[in-house]
Design a protein around this ligand. Sequence first.
Ligand code: F6R
Length: 625
Amino acid sequence: MATLVRVCGIVGYVGHRPALDVVVNGLKRLEYRGYDSAGVAIGTGEHLAMERKAGRLANLEAQLDAVGRARFAGTSGMGHTRWATHGAPVDRNSHPHSDTAGVIAVVHNGIIENFAELRAELESRGVEMASDTDTETTAHLIALAYTEGETKADLAASVRAVARRLEGAFTLVITHAEVPDLVVAARRSSPLVVGVGAGEHFVASDVAAFIEHTREAVELGQDQVVTITRDGYAVTDFHGEPASAKPFTVSWDLACAEKGGHEYFMLKEIEEQPEALANTMRGHFGNGRVLLDEQRISEQDLRDVDKVYVVACGSAYHSGLVAKYAIEHWCRLPVEVELASEFRYRDPVLDRDTLVVAVSQSGETADTLEAIRHARSQKARVLAVCNTNGAQIPRESDAVLYTHAGPEIGVASTKAFLAQIAANFLVGLALAQARGTKYPDEVAREFAELEAIPDAVRRVLSTVEEMRALGRRLADSKAVLFLGRHVGFPVALEGALKLKELAYMHAEGFAAGELKHGPIALIEDGLPVVVVMPSPKGRATLHGKLLSNISEVQARGARTIVVAEEGDERVRPFADHLIEIPAVATLLQPLVATVPLQVFSAEIARTRGYDVDKPRNLAKSVTVE
Ligand code: F6R
């Protein structure tokens, strides 16, 4: 039997509004977390009205219309949107799950590792399962706890009793037909926040689900249970002892979670990159010094660092590759950039003088989380670079530097990626400052160059129409190659990743010098090759070498799309299509060079008729290894 593992969006509500509307609207804002199936359960006062459907949320909405939304009248309820990693995303495996009597509904984000054992126990008691999921076991267990022993008729106590028995990572939201004015949620690992409104309360995996109703939120800690009613919320640990959770006010508003006139979130997020960068750098320089956020690593510890590992996945990993060039150059420290999923399965050499920089937009990525757990177990210091306040990765790190890119809803990373590069640079400058490998005036100069980048990105954005047109023209290509050198190499990797995930097109990024060692065999007549050129002034030698690389592919029939610095006259004869970007400091070039590549991929995907925000098979937060 398949175990269903999920990375999902969950929302619960008790208040005075029609719960179905609140829950469905909340799910719309969480759909980026998964879109394989969706479901709702609404307490009508008499029973639980439930509906669930495989596929996008739109399928569920059509189903709700078909059965009649009037059946879902009630002011409390919950919903779920799911991303399956294995196990078919079919109706019967969709959430909510219920007990045999249909009085309890449960939605779940995570995986219950001891579910086989729990299932066997339930089956031995004669309980019949209606799905293949681990979640369903919790519905039956809570139902049993609610009808017997000390936890009888106490939903929160029943949930706590069951939560204590569960192994693995989970966030559960539970409601019972008999107590419709109460929603209970339990959290271990997977995120959960409470929304505090006037006469209404929410629980959700992300504040985006309730931001249109309230910006007051409470972040639950590990192994906590929260009960929400119309009038309040209460937090305990899994044993019923009162526990404290962290209140915060969401700094962004509804407009940030909406498309603002754009066809897709991703297109809006590409446009937001100058602000994302400016916000990420704001407040990080004062009295002639670079300042980090929550700095629980002392200045002395920073001085003692003798090796840096950057661990991350996907685009975040590419941001780390860029950082390597800067940190090695500025700090004279060896930097390894590691795929988080590989890190702990090798035997990396770590000790208390190792700084591990964990880069993650969501702060939830399981691979990265496990990598930092391993690093900390080996006494290394961990600094998180994260875009999500209070997420698990920063919580488990020694220090955190937040990227302030705002919510990124499009599944493919754009503004968060640029913000990660900028934040990594801040880490590099802070290290250089602590270690004295750069004088204060040099640090100040580097920071000033970084501060000028948002304007440069604005200029790039004002000229991307040509790249868009090219995207439309090349939308039928079978494959595209991306070449770069030095910091242009990670840009090439990122360009290829964007094209793969958005346009489902075969794309590869290469260090251009490697071409002759194999990949050049791929070049054939008409193959589009995107080349990220280094500055002819800042990197004259490499510039010349890349011109030779372009000649090699041109000679074999490639069609070259060259991203080059304004005023780079030497490159013109080598470019079938020339895309100009502003001249910036060498190490900062990825912040401008990536932008046309994002636009290119998005346009190809749109032309091919794909959903740019929700590429197939992907989800925004990957909380399973
Ligand atoms: C690509 C993309 C992914 C993420 C990766 C890490 O566009 O978005 O490759 O970069 O899954 O996610 P975070 O940064 O949330 O750890």
